[in-house]
Design a protein around this ligand. Structure first.
Ligand code: FRU
Length: 483
C-alpha cells in the first residue's frame, strides 16, 4: 500500500506528483467531505511553463487521492499560456475556481473562472473573463482569493501600482458572477526602492475581530522573494494594519502559501510551496521540481503573533517510536541519540546552556561529513538551521537561517522543537509558533542518525523522541493532461 520512490530526494509524505514542475498551492477548499488541494503544475516537464492546475483530495489530510488535472490552458483562449494561481469556493453542489488567465503576450493576468459539479473531476470554464481589466494605475495583477464575509463574497487580487507600491485589490459580489471594485484593501508604504514592487497570492483569514493578511513579495529583478504576514482590522473595505509586516516562515524555501478554513471548526489550515534549493540543471536531471509543505494550522496567539504548527492529523502518520533519549550534553562529547529513517517526525525539549548554542545534528553520511544542524542560541534569542554541510553537491544552496525565539524561550527555560524531515525538505517548528522551512540534498542512502550537541561550557539538557513516518501512496501520476 505504501510506496517509497527510488529518487532519494523525492518526498514521501509531502504532496507532489512523481515528476515535473509544481509551484503554488491553489484552490484550497473543503467540498463533498474532502479537502481539495490544487497546485500549479506543468505536466510536461520540470520547468515553470504551461501551467495547469493539478489536483489531490483527502478526507482526513493523511490519505490523498490524485484526481485528473483540473485546469488546462485552452489554445487560443484567455489562458492559452497558463492557468495561473487562484482559489476556489464550495457553493451548494458546485466548486467554483477563480484563477489568473495567462498569455505570454500580456503583462497582467485577468481573472477568470471555471466550475465543477462532479466534485472536481471535470471543470467547465466560463467563456468570458470575470474581471477583464485591472484597475487604472496597476502594473502587475493576478492571483484572486475569494471568501465569504458578512453575507457577501469578497475577492483580493495581488498587484503592483505604477507609483511603486504593492497592493491587494478588493472586489465584492453577491453572486460570484458580478464583481464591484472597492479599491486597494491594503498597500505597502510609498516605494522605497528596496521593498517588493508587488504582492502575489494575497490570502486573508479572520480570528474574531482580527484579520490576518498574508502577502508574497514579487521582486522581478531576481531579489529574494519571501512571504510576509500582517495583523489588523478591516473596515469598509480597507485594512488597517496593527503590526508591521513580518516573515511568515523564516526559511529560504517557502513561498505563495494558501489558506483553507476547516469545515465546522474555527481552524485555518495552510500549505506553502517549497521550491528547489538546487540549480535548474540538476532539477532537470531529476525530472521534478517543487513540493508543497505539509498542512499547517495557523492561529493568532494572545499576544498577537501568528503561530503555526503541523496539522494535528499528521500525528497519524507516525509509526512506532524509533528513538527516545533524555539527559544532558557537554561540549566535550555529543550524545548519540539513535537512528531515524529518511522521513521522520521529532519532538525535542531543550534546556540550552546559556554560554553557547545547543541543539540537534542530523547526520546523513556514515563518515559524519554531511549534516544538518538545528540549534538554539538562548542569549541571542534565536533558532538556527544550518545547511552548510547538508548537501555535498555544490549545485545545492547552503547557508544558515535563523528565526527569533518567542520571549519565553530566551531564558534558561525549556524550549519545544518539532522537526519534520522528508528526504529533501525540513520543516522546523519552534514552540508551535515560529517555523523555518528549507530544502537540502543529502547524498547517501544509508541510515541517518541524530546527536545532541552543545558549544557551551555548561550543560544542556534534552529530551528527544522520534517516529518514522509512513510513506503515503500519493505517487500515482494524475491523469495525463491533453497537450
Ligand atoms: C507565485 C506565482 C503567482 C502566479 C503563479 C504562476 O509563485 O508567480 O503569482 O499566479 O506563480 O505559476
Amino acid at each position: 500500500m505504501s510506496t517509497s520512490p527510488a529518487d532519494p530526494h523525492l518526498p514521501t509524505v509531502h504532496l507532489r506528483p512523481p515528476r515535473n514542475w509544481i509551484n503554488d498551492p491553489n484552490g484550497l477548499v473543503f467540498h463533498d467531505g474532502h479537502y481539495h488541494v490544487f497546485f500549479q503544475y506543468n505536466p510536461h516537464g520540470p520547468q515553470h511553463a504551461n501551467m495547469h492546475w493539478g489536483h489531490y483530495r483527502s478526507p482526513d489530510l493523511i490519505t490523498w487521492e490524485p484526481l485528473p488535472v483540473a485546469l488546462t490552458p485552452t489554445p487560443g483562449g484567455h489562458d492559452a499560456d497558463g492557468c495561473y494561481s487562484g482559489n476556489a469556493v464550495s457553493e451548494g453542489n458546485r466548486m467554483v475556481a477563480f484563477y489568473s488567465a495567462h498569455r505570454n503576450d500580456r503583462w497582467w493576468q485577468p481573472i477568470t473562472t471555471a466550475e465543477s459539479s462532479d466534485n472536481g473531476r471535470t471543470w467547465a470554464k466560463r467563456p468570458h473573463l470575470l474581471i477583464p481589466e485591472p484597475p487604472a494605475g496597476t502594473t502587475m495583477y493576478r492571483d484572486p482569493y475569494v471568501w465569504r464575509q458578512d453575507e457577501r463574497w469578497r475577492m483580493l487580487v495581488g498587484s503592483a501600482l505604477d507609483d511603486g507600491r504593492a497592493a491587494a485589490q478588493l472586489y465584492e459580489s453577491d453572486d460570484l458572477e458580478h464583481w464591484t471594485y472597492r479599491g486597494p484593501f491594503h498597500t505597502s508604504d510609498a516605494a522605497t526602492g528596496t521593498g517588493p514592487i508587488g504582492w502575489e497570492c494575497p490570502q486573508y483569514a479572520t480570528f474574531g475581530g482580527q484579520g490576518v493578511l498574508i502577502l508574497s513579495d514579487w521582486t522581478p529583478q531576481g531579489g529574494p522573494s519571501h512571504t510576509s504576514v500582517i495583523i489588523g482590522q478591516e473596515k469598509d473595505g480597507r485594512f488597517t494594519a496593527a503590526t508591521a509586516l513580518v516573515p511568515l516562515d523564516h526559511g529560504p524555501d517557502f513561498y505563495a502559501p494558501a489558506l483553507l478554513k476547516a469545515p465546522g471548526e474555527d481552524r485555518w489550515l495552510m500549505w506553502g510551496w517549497a521550491w528547489e534549493a538546487r540549480d535548474d540543471a540538476w532539477a532537470h536531471e531529476a525530472g521534478w521540481a517543487g513540493v508543497l509543505t505539509l498542512p499547517r494550522e495557523v492561529s493568532l496567539t494572545a499576544d498577537g503573533t501568528v503561530a503555526q504548527r503541523p496539522a494535528r492529523e499528521l500525528l497519524a502518520l507516525r509509526g512506532p517510536r524509533v528513538l527516545y533519549g533524555t539527559g544532558h550534553v557537554s561540549r566535550t562529547e555529543p550524545v548519540e541519540l539513535g537512528q531515524v529513517s529518511h522521513t521522520f517526525d521529532l519532538t525535542a525539549t531543550l534546556v540550552p546552556d546559556t554560554t553557547g548554542t545547543s541543539g540537534l545534528r542530523l547526520i546523513t553520511s556514515t563518515d559524519g561529513s554531511e549534516y544538518l544542524d538545528i540549534s538554539l542560541d538562548p542569549t541571542a534569542g534565536r533558532l538556527a538551521v544550518d545547511r552548510t554541510h547538508a548537501s555535498p553537491d555544490t549545485r545545492a544552496r547552503g547557508g544558515a537561517y535563523t528565526a527569533p525565539c518567542p520571549a519565553a524561550a530566551r531564558l534558561h527555560t525549556p524550549v519545544e522543537l518539532r522537526v519534520i524531515v522528508d528526504r529533501s525538505i525540513a520543516e522546523v517548528y519552534l514552540a508551535d509558533e515560529q517555523v523555518l522551512t528549507l530544502r537540502f540534498y543529502p547524498s547517501t542512502d544509508g541510515p541517518w542518525r541524530l546527536q545532541a550537541r552543545t558549544t557551551g561550557t555548561g550543560r544542556s539538557e534534552f529530551a528527544v523522541a522520534a517516529w518514522n513516518l509512513t510513506p503515503q501512496d500519493i505517487r500515482q501520476e494524475a491523469e495525463p493532461a491533453p497537450r
